[in-house]
Write a protein that binds this ligand. Sequence first.
Ligand code: ATP
Ligand code: MG
Length: 499
Amino acid sequence: MITLSVEQLCNATKGNLKAGYASLSQSAAITFNNVSTDTRTIKNNDLFIALKGPSFDAHQLLQSALDKGASVLLVEANSTLTIPTDSLVVEVEDTRIALGLLGRYIKQQITGLKCAAITGSNGKTTCKELLSAILTAHSGNADKVLATAGNFNNDIGLPLTLLRLEKQHQFAVLELGANHIGEIAYTAALAKPDVALVNNIMPAHLEGFGSLEGVATAKSEIWSSLASDGVAVVNLDANFANDFIEQLQNKQQPLITFSRETETNRTVDADLFATELHSNELGQSSFILNVKTSMLFAQKQAQNESANSLQNIQIQLNLPGKHNVSNALAASAMALALGCSLNDIQQGLQTLQQVAGRVNCAVVSDILTVIDDTYNANSASVSAGIDLLAQYPCERLLICGDMGELGRYAEQEHQTIGEYAQQQNINRLFTVGNLSQQATNAYNAASKNAGAEHFSDKQQLKSAISAYLGSQQSKVVVLVKGSRSAKMEEIVAFIKQEF
Ligand code: ATP
Ligand code: MG
C-alpha cells in the first residue's frame, strides 16, 4: 500500500480524531503503509480497522492491536474504548464503509491504473488468473499487475485488495462476488472498472438471490459502475445475454461479446469466438481464437478495416474442460479492451498451468487419473465437470459431496446433477452428505444398472472407493466435486495416498 498520513486517512474516510485521545499535532509525523483488520496478522505501524461482524466486534481487540504495534486505530463513533488516552484514534460512523472509502481513495492515487472487474456465477477466479497472466505478458512484469488474492471478493475483501495497490501497478484485476442483492453495486462502485465482465448466470447462491432472475439482477449491478467509455464484456452463451445486451445498448455502453458455442442462434454475432477446439488426454484444449478486427484496439490500423473482418491466433490452454475455453475467451475480451494484442493473449493464456482446486488433473498411476475440482460446487460447475469427465473413453467415476447455499432449490439441483451424470454416461456416481442422496436417487431412477451409491459419511465413502478402485484392471478417471463446506479435498488426498 502507498504511505498515508493520518490527515489523509481522515479525509478519505470522512473521519475525525477522537476527542480525549492524541491530537493531530501529536500525530503529524505518523504515517502508515499497511492496514490490518485482524490482530493475528497485524504488523508494526499498521492502521488497525475495527470491523463489526455478526458474531464478533473487533473493538474488543484495540488494546491487543496497540500491543502488537498498531500506530493508528479506526473505530466507530459511540464505541466505548478502554485504551490509553495517548493512543491515536480516528472515529467514523461505520468502519466497514470507511474501509471501502479508503480502498477507493488509494485506487485514485495510482496514476494511469486500468481496472478490470469480474463477476458471474462460475469461473470468476479462473478468469481473474487468466487475465492476470495475459496482462503480465503484456506489461512484461508481474509486479505491474495486482489481482485479487484467493477469493477476497466481497465487501471487505475488495477494499482490502484495493489497499494493496502500489505506485508501480498498471493494472488491477478484481473479482467481485455476491450472495445478496446490492453487494456488487457496492464493490463495483468502489472499483470503478474500465472493463467489466459478467461471466455467466447460473443457479448458485439461490438462497440469497431467490431465483435465477435474482442472480441476473445482482450480477448486472456491475454495469452501472462503468464510466460512459468503459467496456462491458458479455458472454453470448450465458443466460440473460440478450437482456444484458439490450440494457447496455440502451445506455450506448461500449460492448465486447464472446461465444464458445458458435452454432447457437442469437441476435448478435460474437466479437470473439473459438473454432477448431481439440482436447488432449488431460482435457487441455487447443483452439483458434477468432477476433473481429475492429476489436483489436491495440492495433491502430485495425480500426480502418471492415467491421466484420477477422484475425485469428492459435491458443494452447493448460486448464482442462470446455468451460475453461469460455473463461479464456472472457479473459481475452477483457484483455483486448485493456489494449493487449493477440500475441499477448496467446503468450499469457499458455503460461497459466492450473488454478488450485479447479479441475486439477493428476495422473496417479498407469490406470488412474484423478481430477480435483473440490474448490466449490453448484449444479452448473458440476455439469461442466461432468462434461470434462465424459470426454474420457474409459471407466468414469464421479464423487460428489453436497452443494450448499441452494435454499429451496437444493433437492431439485442435486437431482439435476444425478440425471445429468447418467445422461452423460458417467459409469459410477458416489455421493456423500445429506443433500446429495437426491443425486444418487435421480441417477439410479434414470438408469438400469443402479450405478450410483450414497454414503452417509466419508469413512464409508473411502471404504467404497478402496473396494472399487482396487478392483479396476484398466484405465479409470475419477472426478471429485463438492461445495467448500463439503471439504472433498480430503477424498482427493485419500485416493492419491492409497493408490
Ligand atoms: P466462487 O464463487 O466460489 O468464488 P468462482 O466464480 O471464482 O467461484 P472458480 O473458482 O474459477 O469460480 O471455479 C469454481 C468452480 O466452477 C470450479 O469447479 C470450476 O471448475 C467451475 N467453473 C469455472 N469456470 C466455469 C464456467 N465458465 N462454467 C461452469 N463452471 C465453471
Ligand atoms: Mg472465486
